[in-house]
Design a protein around this ligand. Structure first.
Ligand SMILES: CC(=O)N[C@H]1[C@@H](OP(=O)(O)OP(=O)(O)OC[C@H]2O[C@@H](n3ccc(=O)[nH]c3=O)[C@H](O)[C@@H]2O)O[C@H](CO)[C@@H](O)[C@@H]1O
Length: 369
């Protein structure tokens, strides 16, 4: 009998939890086409925009957020948690799931709780240090913990025994032949093939500091012959870019086909979200990382090993100014040889097979039952 029969995947909130879930779902469908795949999401997370178009069954269960401080919400929490876990359990029973795989985000907690009550195998995939709150709770119910990066077990006690599997990445990104896709990508964005392209992205929600700093350097970049492809990000307001620039500066709100951005780019300027770092390294993209400063240094921890390996640069959020861009980004974007070296170093650190490695780990966890 097949090992995997019906799999429930839980993860939500931002792109950082949902894209690995989707990439894993794709690997599952590719390898075991007969397995039933069901995803659990919360009512307002980005999963509602991303999962149904990818062709997967999304079941929305009542929202439940762990309060970060001691307040009145703490009193209401058990009741909300019970309602969410009950809803997750109903889905698990209906689809007769035989394993739950969670990627973090609040919606994973009720899934872990419901699976634990049913004594089902649970697998957790975690990409951050420190691990997210939801996955930390989940770790009370299972020892099957997989992580995205080799630094994680060394830096977090709770991840000491975790298996390093890499991050499941969309195949369109991880297995892309950048040189082959580049002409189409440049044409799509109206970019020229004879000048370098700086690709700017603040992660799945965008980053105000990055947006304002790069836009304020637009003239300097353009006069240095550097084209810009700038993803503004969903929640970020407009910013001004001069309209009379001598070379293209293209602003897009969000890229569903992120691989086209990567294919067009020679250099990236981005936050240090775990999935972003996994993607840039898997494809050997030289990058300047500007870690989000308000999250326990987690993004700095993601980017630092890549930078130490020679695959990128790191700059503090507060230091990213128009002058810094002029001093550092412009010479780098024009230095093809250095970019090639950084690309090779990034690629040596990255891995494109996280989807399959996690699938192996899930199969092992189910087989051990
Ligand atoms: C501020 C914050 O707390 N950020 C966290 C959040 O980041 P965030 O949600 O930004 O996630 P990541 O940077 O890890 O990944 C962003 C994902 O969005 C995709 N993308 C982005 C822009 C776009 O236009 N199109 C597109 O497809 C990227 O290709 C990538 O797959 O989750 C990560 C993974 O848990 C954490 O490491 C980050 O610290």
């Amino acid at each position: 009998m097949a090992l995997l029969r019906s799999v429930v995947l839980a993860g939500g909130g931002t792109g950082g939890h949902i894209y690995p879930l989707l990439a894993f779902a794709d690997a599952l469908r590719r390898t075991f086409p007969e397995v039933r795949i069901t995803t659990l999401g919360s009512p307002k997370g980005m999963e509602n925009d991303l999962i149904p178009p990818a062709g997967y069954d999304l079941r929305v269960i009542p929202a439940f957020q762990l309060p970060r401080t001691v307040n009145l919400d703490l009193i209401r929490t058990p009741d909300r948690m019970y309602r969410s876990a009950h809803a997750a359990g109903k889905v698990i029973d209906e689809v007769q799931a035989n394993v739950v795989v969670g990627f973090g985000g609040y919606v994973s907690v009720p899934a872990y709780l419901a699976a634990w009550r049913r004594e089902m195998p649970i697998v957790i995939h975690e990409v951050n240090v420190p691990p997210g709150v939801a996955n930390r709770m989940g770790m009370k119910f299972t020892k099957n913990v997989a992580v995205g990066f080799p630094h994680q077990p060394k830096q977090a006690e709770s991840l000491r025994d975790a298996r390093v599997v890499g991050v499941p990445l969309r195949t369109a990104i991880a297995r892309m032949d950048r040189a082959a896709v580049r002409p189409q990508a440049l044409a799509q964005f109206g970019l020229r093939p004879d000048l370098p392209v700086l690709f700017v992205s603040g992660g799945s929600s965008g980053a105000r500091t990055i947006n304002l700093a790069v836009a304020s350097a637009a003239k300097k970049l353009a006069h240095a012959g550097i084209q810009v492809l700038h993803v503004r990000g969903g929640r970020n307001e407009e910013f001004e870019v001069p309209s009379d620039l001598p070379v293209p500066y293209v602003v897009v709100p969000y890229l569903s086909d992120m691989q086209l951005g990567y294919a067009a780019a020679d250099l990236m300027l981005c936050r240090g979200g775990a999935i972003t770092v996994a993607e840039t390294t898997a494809i050997g993209m030289p990058a300047i990382y500007v870690p989000y400063p308000h999250s326990n240094q987690e993004q700095k921890r993601n980017a630092l090993p890549v930078v130490e390996a020679g695959g990128g640069l790191l700059v503090d959020n507060a230091e990213l100014t128009s002058e810094w861009i002029e001093r550092t980004v412009i010479p780098l974007a024009r230095d093809g040889q250095r970019l090639r070296q950084m690309s090779a170093a990034a690629a040596a650190y990255g891995r494109p097979d996280g989807d399959e490695a996690l699938l192996d780990f899930v199969c092992e966890a189910v087989a051990q039952r």
